[in-house]
Design a protein around this ligand. Structure first.
Ligand code: 5GP
Ligand code: ZN
Length: 107
């Protein structure tokens, strides 16, 4: 079972920022910005190419809700897909990065 499924199943403890029936949000263990959260659909799937539409939408709506609630004004959403793009955990997740100036293009 992948590491995020183990976190979702509470086999590995975490400190969720947000949780509902479809989505878990946790701080990244190795933050790349003052705010760096991972928005994770609870049903295991590797990428956006395979995710169920309602799971993808649930993640986007949670992002919208959290940035509003926490007054996060400027932010970046990243979905690394595949090894060449930097994906290291084979369970779809959206990075939410904020709190510093972010370079573009990302490199
Ligand atoms: P990827 O490289 O797949 O786009 O992103 C995976 C992210 O998951 C990385 O930013 C990494 O720091 C984070 N990560 C890996 N293992 C854990 C973990 O056990 N707990 C948490 N909170 N984050 C993790
Ligand atoms: Zn998984």
């Amino acid at each position: 079972m992948c590491i995020f499924c183990q976190i979702i199943n509470k086999e590995i403890p975490s400190a969720p920022v947000y949780e509902d029936a479809n989505v878990l949000v946790i701080p990244d263990i190795s933050p790349q910005a003052p705010l760096h959260w991972l928005i994770i659909p609870k049903i295991h799937t590797e990428s956006l190419s395979s995710v169920l539409p309602d799971q993808a939408l649930a993640c986007l709506l949670v992002i919208q809700r959290l940035v509003k609630e926490k007054a996060v004004k400027d932010y970046r959403i990243v979905v690394n897909t595949g090894a060449e793009a930097g994906q290291s955990v084979p369970h779809l997740h959206f990075h939410l990065l904020s709190g510093r100036s972010l370079a573009w293009p990302p490199g």
